[in-house]
Design a protein around this ligand. Sequence first.
Ligand code: ZN
Length: 71
Amino acid sequence: MTSSAFPPPISEPDPSTFTCSSSLVGPCSGCQRSTHRYGSGGLPLCHWCMTTARESWGTGVRFNNTRTQAN
Ligand SMILES: [Zn+2]
């Protein structure tokens, strides 16, 4: 597992918020980070959660499962 794209602290907004109107910003469904959530191009998940979700979708895991299971 690589850590090159390790997400910043939750207090840091997603970079997508820098290029959209603040009225389109909302909390990420996964980690509550501020992200471009509404309007054109908006997503319910921040960049980092989306990356994780895409990987999870392949295994049928839903995103209300917010934490990976420990063995
Ligand atoms: Zn997130």
